[in-house]
Design a protein around this ligand. Structure first.
Ligand code: KG4
Ligand code: ZN
Length: 347
């Protein structure tokens, strides 16, 4: 008999792939009843980046508290949960193991089916969920082109349907968020770097410093290492001291990253006759990137959608949504499922 998941099933999502511990209850794959996120930014800020051992230790300390809080906020008991969904890759192995072990524990104790979710698919799904009474930002229009931009990933994805993804371009070196984090460290703006660069850039002139817009000929792949080196050279040459000098460098760098990210979007939309343009991942919170994406979509006559700001960065509601659809497509995972530091979205 085919395994079935109810259309209004209550799904408990768990996310611990990097430095956010999150649990959420989502009804029917779309309706967010709760979405609790405990960030570890304060722990990692002094190091200027995520320290894996510290991340997994903190996940262990708070995972059950965060899960209880998500159930409590949704006014749902663990016994009412019909499906568990947990990120099992890509991510930091030690961090992933905490969420997956917790989910396996709940699954074994309650006899609830469990699905292992791809974190990248979960980010894409953040466009297709909303709290009760609100509409998701994206429509179910396919094919959709998705720019997935996070701290660990930069991908241009053709989404033909839920669960049907083709990678059109990937970063060859740093992810966009990683480049922003490293630039913020160079400019001594703090961690996480993306929001810090965006804030500093608001007072700066994006034309102040001439930085490259790296392109890879004959491919939709991205590369940010050269841009980062160009910024480092500027910093070492000019020794920026005043807030204005730093703001000008931040604005110029942000503009170069955003220009590089959107450069091929029009061509990709035309080539694949895309019906919608969406974005996902932490960097999708960036206002300049949102504006430039809208400028790309408008002349093509297609809608553009971004997740709400609180769903751009890592959260478990998107994991529950992806898990629900995955369970519908292929049933639950085995209880001995593994974790993966890298896990491609397209097969
Ligand atoms: O998706 P995410 O929470 O974690 C990963 O899966 O990697 O993305 C985190 C990344 C960080 O690099 C952070 O600096 C960046 O998203 N980010 C931003 C903004 N908010 C977060 N980048 C640019 N502008 C923002 N407002
Ligand atoms: Zn993420």
């Amino acid at each position: 008999m085919r395994w079935q998941v109810n259309s209004d099933a209550l799904v408990l999502g768990i996310e611990t792939s990097c430095d956010e511990t999150s649990a959420a209850v989502v009804r029917g794959g779309r309706q967010i009843l709760s979405n609790v996120v405990a960030t570890q930014d304060d722990l990692h800020a002094v190091f200027g980046g995520v320290v894996p051992e510290i991340a997994s230790r903190r996940h262990t300390e708070v995972i059950t508290l965060i899960t209880d809080k998500a159930l409590h906020q949704a006014q749902v008991s663990l016994a009412e949960i019909e499906l568990l969904a947990v990120t099992h890759g890509p991510g930091l192995i030690g961090s992933l193991l905490v969420g997956v072990s917790a989910a396996k524990g709940y699954a074994a104790a309650m006899g609830t089916p469990l699905v292992g979710v791809n974190h990248l698919e979960a980010h894409v799904m953040s466009n297709f969920i909303a709290p009760p009474g609100q509409h998701p930002s994206a429509q179910q229009l396919f094919p959709t082109v998705c720019l997935l931009v996070s701290g660990g990933h930069t991908s241009l994805i053709l989404m033909r349907q839920f669960g049907d993804y083709q990678s059109l371009g990937e970063t060859r070196d740093d992810a966009a968020g990683e480049a922003l984090d490293k630039a913020a460290r160079l400019l001594e703006l703090g961690y996480p770097g993306g929001p810090a660069i965006e804030q500093a850039a608001a007072q700066g002139d994006p034309q102040a410093v001439d930085l490259p817009r790296p392109r890879i000929k004959g491919s939709y792949d991205f590369s940010f290492a050269g841009l980062k080196t160009a910024l480092a050279r500027q910093v070492h040459k000019t020794h920026p001291e005043t807030a204005q000098q730093v703001a000008d460098l931040a604005a110029s760098f942000q503009e170069a990253v955003v220009d590089t990210l959107v450069a091929d979007l029009s061509a990709v939309i035309r080539e694949h006759n895309a019906k919608q343009l969406i974005m996902a991942g932490g960097v999708a919170a960036n206002q300049l990137l949102r504006r430039k994406l809208a400028e790309v979509a408008q002349p093509q006559g297609i809608p553009v959608a971004f997740p709400p700001l609180d769903l751009c960065t890592d959260n478990a509601a998107m994991v529950a949504a992806a898990g629900y659809l995955q369970a519908q497509r292929q049933g639950p995972s085995e209880l001995d499922m593994d974790v993966f530091s890298s896990l491609p979205l397209s097969c």
